[in-house]
Design a protein around this ligand. Structure first.
Ligand code: NAD
Length: 436
């Protein structure tokens, strides 16, 4: 047994603050209200459904994760958020058309009470949409207004803790600039309205300033810059991101490690999607798509390590397309064609046709992330939480460290982190002792 990590108890209400009251966040919030009332199951959520093995296989100790580590209770969650549109969460959920109207009706009351606060928005960063519910002033004034929103929400709802999770649109691709290098340059940039500071970075700054842990569900740069990492360290705040690993990339990170495990080669991997929700519309813009493409493409390279296995993966041709196709709404279809080769180079093909529902896959990830981030914060774990890579297409890591994309390694890391927190022996799967 190792030493247990000291974890503050999960007492009182946990406020979940969400920039972006759209398909994912309303499916998450409505789902939680449905679960609170016993009208549905939180399928897809590790924190609610998974067990964790402790000790040797002969010990038969497999508690539920939620009984093993002190997580906030679902009944204690309260929600708030921001959007450029004024629709309540009830109206936004109805517009998103993910959940059935009858189910939404059953939770209409709490959803109607969630009215988006005025957003920090800049059309240079999200070009395809525009709305009236926005803050004005300099970026510094906007950050101050967000801080006032956060503290106002905390007080009004009597929350003992808060977590912020970005479920807003994907912003255009941009790289870290001079203004992102230190906290001092960033704060100067806020005052001077520096164009390189994106709206999502203003939300993250405000959250971290308030000591609120921050997760990024989109591929935006956001907290992946030295200035905000510095602020998180100073304020002892936990961070994680980026980009929920749901449909096609989730499939990719299941399959690619399997092919590599058997040393099968891959010539090409062509992935295409049709998607008809607002996310699909935003991703029609080449700037936003580029941000998404970067995270989607990076996955295979990291898993397959072509520099170590040039004969198998050096010439792999990898392409990802997303096509906006309104008739499908949130019910996305993702096709993958994978050209592989085996013994003596003989060629084979694999086809995947995944008729998925984007927000149904994303909602349980939002739940797990807010509960685990809150746990990390109470355990005094600050900065990037790499053990939450399991949930992301482009996991944040320490500077200079390559991310781990293999979902099974990510899961082992997550569970070992939980064991470490509780002072349990880490599981290496060596198992020689069974044969002594
Ligand atoms: N659904 C999935 O499986 C999945 C997977 C990975 C990533 N994501 C990402 O999650 C995010 C949300 O997806 P969605 O399907 O809910 O999209 P959505 O378009 O339905 O919702 C996003 C909402 O964010 C709002 N918004 C945009 N900029 C904002 C700002 N600056 N402040 C406040 N609100 C703002 C929009 O008005 C919209 O209502 C997207 O970035 C998407 O790429 C989704």
């Amino acid at each position: 047994m190792n030493q247990q990590v000291k974890i503050a108890p999960a007492e009182g209400k946990l406020g979940i603050l969400i920039p972006g009251i759209g398909a994912v966040s309303t499916t998450f919030m409505a789902g939680i209200e449905v679960v609170k009332r016993g009208l549905g199951q939180p399928v897809g959520s590790l924190t609610q459904l998974a067990t964790i093995r402790l000790g040797k296989r002969t010990e038969n100790r497999t508690p539920m994760i939620k009984d093993f580590v002190p997580l906030a209770d679902i009944q204690d969650l309260v929600f708030g958020g921001w959007d450029i549109f004024e629709d309540t969460a009830s109206e936004a959920a109805a517009n998103a058309k993910v959940l059935e109207p009858t189910l939404l009706n059953a939770v209409k009351e709490p959803l109607q009470a969630i009215k988006p606060m005025a957003a920090v928005f800049d059309q240079e960063y999200v070009r395809r949409i525009n709305g009236p519910n926005v803050k004005t002033g300099t970026k510094k004034e906007k950050a101050e207004a967000l801080i006032a929103d956060i503290e106002g929400f905390r007080k009004k709802n009597g929350c003992s803790r808060l977590v912020m999770i970005w479920c807003g649109s994907t912003e255009v691709f941009h790289k870290p600039a001079a203004v992102h290098q230190t906290l001092a340059t960033f704060e100067e940039g806020l005052a001077k309205n520096d164009p390189d500071i994106a709206p999502s970075q203003i939300y993250a700054y405000a959250a971290i300033k308030c000591g609120v842990p921050f997760a990024n569900g989109a591929p935006n740069l956001t907290t992946d810059v030295p200035a905000l990492l510095e602020l998180a360290r100073d304020r002892n705040v936990a961070l994680c991101g980026k980009d929920f690993k749901t449909g096609q990339t989730y499939m990719k990170t299941l399959l690619a490690p399997g092919l590599k495990a058997r040393m099968l080669g891959i010539d090409g991997w062509f992935s295409t999607n049709i998607l008809g929700n607002r996310d699909g519309e935003v991703l029609e813009d080449p700037g936003s798509f580029k941000t998404k493409e970067e995270t989607k493409l990076s996955v295979l390279d990291q898993i397959l390590q072509p520099h170590l296995y040039p004969d198998l993966y050096k010439d792999l041709y990898h392409a990802v397309r997303i096509n906006y196709y309104p008739p499908r709404g949130d019910a996305k279809e993702g096709w993958d064609n994978i050209d592989i080769f085996g013994w003596l180079g003989y060629k084979m093909q694999i086809k995947i046709d995944f008729l998925c529902r984007d927000s149904i896959l994303a909602a349980p990830l939002v739940l797990d992330l807010v509960l685990f981030l809150d746990l990390a914060q109470r355990a005094g774990m600050k900065g990037v939480q790499e053990w939450l890579s399991f949930y992301f297409k482009a996991p944040m890591t320490a500077p200079g460290l390559y991310p781990e994309h293999d979902i099974f390694i990510q899961l082992m890391k997550l569970k070992n982190t939980l064991r470490w927190m509780r002072g349990e022996t880490l599981i290496t799967h060596l198992g020689l002792e069974y044969y002594d």
